[in-house]
Structure formats: structure tokens, C-alpha cells
Design a protein around this ligand. Structure first.
Ligand code: SF4
Length: 220
């Protein structure tokens, strides 16, 4: 397991952390069931359910996003909303077979705020303390699936492994290592969706595909 030696940011913030909610056996099936009872930080309070990872049990690539979104929170599966649709399209363009991938997030519960202009819940990024509190679930997923390369989709995913100083801009597109694990950072697919013009969106999407191709090559 990838562990932090000192008290995590989550523990320093007063969160008990996910460790005490882990099941005795760390199989994906047991972990997926146990995460629904997690009270390791405050994010469970506003969410419909925990959204654990999904995909192949022995993947070449693990794709780690930030947190479940509105649709993921309702459906209980990762990457089923608009950003997920874009990610699946990018994977296809990069020639990555989805049976060789595992999808998950840095935190397992949806953080949101009320949209003052409508009924839809507005995404709010998890804080460093919540990311640290949730790390044990992610570490167990890494251990259980042993991916060849972990793709970090955005800053929160990078912070989950490398700490709060992690920046996508300075780490993107090159192979990173931590212990025996290998990583490749890129943007989160939602960053492509936030592009303000179709030209900008095309460039951002192409960049995401290029990074995924690099991850595929590293995992070969
Ligand atoms: S976000 Fe993670 S640590 Fe916080 S309650 Fe949910 S599963 Fe537990």
C-alpha cells in the first residue's frame, strides 16, 4: 500500500480518515462494499452514495480523476457524466481498450454546493484534507489491481499521491515514479469541456489524447 508516514493533512484537519473503515480483506469486492460505510471525512454527508472504482481487475492503466460528479453520485459508477463521455472518446482515439483500464477518483464522495440559479448541484473540488483522508481507499485499489501505469487526471489525482505541491502544468506528459509505481499526469477531461471556443477545445482534446497515448506506450 502507498502510505503516508506522518499524520496526513486529513488527520490534522480533524478527519478520522478512511483507514479505520477498510475491510479486513482488501479485495475489490470487499472494498467496494465497505466504502459505503466510510465516515473518514465530511463528504459522505451531502452525497447520495460512495462511488468506488470500476473496470478491469488487472488493468494496464488506472485512470484517477478528482471526485464523482452529479451523474456519478446518482448512478454509483465513475466517469458516466459528460466528462466521462469525453474521456471514453479520448481513450478510443488513443487506441486504449477499456477492458485494460480501471477508473476511479481521488475521493469517493461527491462534493457540491447549491446552485443559486437552478436545481442542479454545482461541483466543488475536494480540499487537500479530504483528499488525504480518502487516500487509503485509493491506495487499496492500486494494490488490488497493480496497474502498470497510473494516469493522473488533473491536480487532485496528483495531490492524492504526490502531495499538495503537485502541479499538472509542470508534471504533465512525462513518466513519474513513486516507489515501485509509475504515473503519467494529464488534464482532467472536464478541463476540455471548460474550453471557451471550439478551437481551444480541439487543442485541449488533442493534448489529452497525446498524453493517453504516452501512458499506453509506457504500459506496453
Ligand atoms: S470522501 Fe473518502 S474519506 Fe471521505 S467519507 Fe467518502 S470515502 Fe470516506
Amino acid at each position: 500500500m502507498i502510505q503516508r508516514k506522518r499524520p496526513s493533512a486529513g488527520q490534522r484537519a480533524g478527519f478520522v480518515g478512511a483507514e479505520k473503515f477498510l475491510p479486513r480483506v482488501h479485495s475489490l469486492r470487499q472494498l467496494r462494499a465497505a466504502v459505503q460505510s466510510c465516515r473518514g471525512c465530511d463528504l459522505y454527508k451531502g452525497a447520495t452514495q460512495a462511488v468506488f472504482g470500476a473496470g478491469g481487475s488487472k488493468p494496464s492503466l488506472m485512470l484517477v480523476g478528482e471526485q464523482p460528479g452529479d451523474q456519478e453520485d446518482k448512478q454509483g459508477r465513475p466517469f458516466v457524466g459528460p466528462a466521462g463521455a469525453l474521456l471514453h472518446k479520448a481513450l478510443a482515439e488513443a487506441g486504449i481498450a477499456e477492458e485494460n483500464t480501471y477508473f476511479t477518483n481521488a475521493v469517493k464522495h461527491f462534493r457540491w454546493v447549491v446552485n443559486p440559479r437552478g436545481k442542479r448541484r454545482l461541483h466543488k473540488s475536494p480540499g487537500a484534507q479530504q483528499i488525504a483522508a480518502c487516500h487509503a481507499w485509493l491506495a487499496c485499489e492500486v494494490e488490488a489491481t497493480a496497474p502498470r501505469v497510473i494516469v493522473l487526471l488533473g491536480a487532485a489525482a496528483g495531490m492524492a499521491f504526490f502531495g499538495r505541491s503537485f502541479r499538472v502544468g509542470t508534471s504533465r506528459g512525462r513518466l513519474l515514479t513513486l516507489g515501485s509505481r509509475r504515473f503519467l499526469a494529464t488534464i482532467h477531461p472536464s478541463a476540455v469541456l471548460r474550453s471557451t471556443s471550439s478551437a481551444e477545445r480541439a487543442v485541449a482534446f488533442r493534448g489529452l489524447v497525446t498524453d493517453l497515448q504516452a501512458a499506453r506506450a509506457a504500459a506496453a
